[in-house]
Design a protein around this ligand. Structure first.
Ligand code: CMC
Length: 440
C-alpha cells in the first residue's frame, strides 16, 4: 500500500566504536532520513564485537524505517505524510486523513468518494458478533471488551487473514477502520443495557459513530454538527503518532506473521495502559478529584514530591519537550463544544488554571513537561456525553488507521524481520539441580 521507492540514505559517514580494554572495534554506517536525527546502523555490531546495545524503553533506538508520521519533539511539530497536524485539523476530515496515512497522498475528489464508499460498505459486523457480546459481564471495562472482540474478528473474517495477499491486507485494513466504531458503540450499549444501533451509511464516519452511541430505536436522533466536527477532529488528532507503545506492539505482533485482527487487538491492549491511551481517562479522573481551583497547589506539590507516586496526568511526553500541538487544537475545540452545549464545566476552569500554574512552576519548566493530547480531550468528551471508561476506546478507534498503515508498511518493508530484542542477562550463572530433600 505504501510507496517504497524512497529508501533511507546510507551516508559516507562511519561511526567508529572502540573498546580498547577489550580490543574490540566496530565501524558502523550512519544513515540519514528526510527529517529528524540520523541513525547509526548497529545491525552488524554483534558480528563485529560480540556485544549488543542496551536501551530499555527504546529511548535512543529507531526500531524501523517509516514514511508515515514525523514528530519534532523540540519544536512541538507533528506531520502526517509531511502535512502539519494543524493544517489537517483545520482543512481536512478523518476519512481524508485516513486515506493519506494509508496511501501516502491526499486523495482526489474521486478517490475520496470511492474510499468513503469502501469504508462504509464494511461498517456492519457479522450478526454472530452480537451474540459473542453476551458472554461479557455488563460491568466489564469497554477496553476489555474491545481487546476480546477485535481479536475475535479473525474468527469471523477468514477471507482477509492471508497477510501475503495485498488484496486481503487491504480488505482487513478497511474492515478494521470501518468496524471499530461499530464494536465500540456496541460495547457501550451493552454496558448500559440498551439495544445495539446498526450503522447508518448515509452519515459521516464521526456522525455515524455518535448515532450508534447515543440514538435509541424509539425516537429520532439528530447529530449536532458541532459535535460531529469535534468528534472528527479528535479522530484526526489521534490517528497516528509514530512508533509509540501500541504501534510498536502492533508491529512486533505482526512481525511474526500474525493476522491483522490479532495485531490490532494487541495494539488495543497496549493502548489501554494509563501511561498511554488510558491517560485521558486518568486525566479527567484527576481533574474531578482536584475539583476546585484552590486545591491545585496541593496536587502540584504532590506531583513534585519524589516520595509520592502521583503524576499530573495529561502532562509530559516521551517525545514532545515543547508544547504538544494536538493539545493546542483541543483547547480551542473545548471552548467551542462547551459554548455549543451551553454547559458550565468547572473542570475546564480547573484544567486551564492547572496548566497555567504548572507552566510557570520551575519543576515543570526544567523537566519540560507540557500538557499532552489527553489533557483537554477528556473535558470535551465528557461534555459530549461519553463516560470516562469510553475515552480510551475512542482513542483506539482513531488510532486503528495509524496501526493498520504502520502494519502494512512493515509487511511491505524488504528489511522486515521478526522482532526479537536481545537482553543483558543478570540472573544466576549455570548451576546444578538440587533434589528437594537436599535443599536448605
Ligand atoms: N507529573 C509529574 N512529574 C512528571 C510527569 C508528570 N506527568 N511526567 C514526567 N515527570 C517527571 C518524572 O518524575 C521524571 O522526573 P525525574 O527525572 O526527577 O525522575 C521526569 O519528569 C522524566 O519522566 P519520565 O517518566 O522519565 O519520562 P518518560 O519520557 O519516560 O515518560 C510519560 C513520559 C508520558 C509516560 C510521562 O510524562 C507520564 O507519565 N505522564 C503522565 C501520563 C500521561 O499523560 N500520558 C499520556 C501521554 S500522551 C498520549 C499517548 O501517547 O498515549
Amino acid at each position: 500500500m505504501t510507496d517504497r521507492t524512497q529508501q533511507a540514505q546510507e551516508t559516507a559517514d562511519i561511526a567508529r566504536l572502540e573498546i580498547p580494554s577489550r580490543d574490540k572495534r566496530a565501524d558502523l554506517q550512519v544513515m540519514d532520513g528526510t527529517l529528524g536525527p540520523s541513525v547509526i546502523d548497529v545491525r552488524r555490531l554483534y558480528a563485529q564485537t560480540g556485544m549488543f546495545t542496551y536501551d530499555p524503553g527504546f529511548t535512543s533506538t529507531a526500531s524501523c524505517e517509516s514514511k508515515i508520521t514525523f514528530i519534532d519533539g523540540d519544536k512541538g511539530e507533528l506531520f502526517y505524510r509531511g502535512y502539519p497536524i494543524e493544517q489537517l485539523a483545520e482543512h481536512s476530515d478523518f476519512m481524508e486523513v485516513s486515506y493519506l496515512l494509508l496511501f501516502g497522498e491526499l486523495p482526489t475528489a474521486e478517490q475520496k468518494e470511492q474510499f468513503i464508499h469502501d469504508i462504509i460498505y464494511h461498517t456492519m459486523v457479522h450478526e454472530q458478533i452480537s451474540h459473542f457480546f453476551r458472554g461479557f459481564r455488563r460491568d466489564a471495562h469497554p477496553m476489555a471488551v474491545m481487546v476480546g472482540v477485535v481479536g475475535a474478528l479473525a474468527a469471523f473474517y477468514h477471507d482477509s487473514t492471508d497477510i501475503t495477499d495485498p488484496h486481503q491486507r487491504m480488505v482487513a485494513s478497511y474492515r478494521l477502520i470501518a468496524k471499530m466504531p461499530t464494536i465500540a458503540a456496541m460495547a457501550y450499549k451493552y454496558s448500559i443495557g440498551q439495544p445495539f444501533i446498526y450503522p447508518r451509511n448515509d452519515l459521516s464516519y464521526a456522525a455515524n459513530f455518535l448515532h450508534m452511541m447515543f440514538a435509541v430505536p424509539c425516537e429520532p436522533y439528530a447529530v449536532n454538527p458541532v459535535l460531529e466536527r469535534a468528534m472528527d477532529l479528535i479522530f484526526i488528532l489521534h490517528a497516528d503518532h509514530e512508533q509509540n507503545a501500541s504501534t510498536s506492539t502492533v508491529r512486533l505482533a505482526g512481525s511474526s506473521g500474525a493476522n491483522p485482527f490479532a495485531c490490532i487487538a494487541a495494539g488495543c491492549a497496549s493502548l489501554w495502559g494509563p501511561a498511554h491511551g488510558g491517560a485521558n481517562e486518568a486525566a479527567l479522573n484527576m481533574l474531578t478529584e482536584i475539583g476546585t481551583v484552590d486545591r491545585i497547589p496541593e496536587y502540584i506539590a504532590r506531583a513534585k514530591d519524589k516520595n509520592d507516586p502521583f503524576r499530573l496526568m495529561g502532562f509530559g511526553h516521551r517525545v514532545y519537550k515543547n508544547y504538544d500541538p494536538r493539545a493546542k487544537v483541543l483547547r480551542k475545540m473545548a471552548h467551542e463544544v462547551l459554548d455549543e452545549l451551553k454547559v458550565d464545566q468547572p473542570l475546564f476552569d480547573v484544567a486551564r488554571e492547572l496548566e497555567k500554574i504548572a507552566l510557570e512552576d520551575e519543576y515543570f519548566v526544567e523537566k519540560r513537561l507540557y500538557p499532552n493530547v489527553d489533557f483537554y480531550s477528556g473535558i470535551i468528551l465528557s461534555a459530549m456525553g461519553f463516560p470516562t471508561s469510553m475515552f480510551t476506546v475512542l482513542f483506539a478507534i482513531a488510532r486503528t488507521v495509524g496501526w493498520v498503515a504502520q502494519w502494512n508498511e512493515m509487511i511491505e518493508d524488504p528489511n522486515q524481520k521478526i522482532g526479537r530484542p536481545r537482553q543483558l542477562y543478570t540472573g544466576p550463572t549455570r548451576r546444578d539441580f538440587v533434589p528437594i530433600d537436599q535443599r536448605d
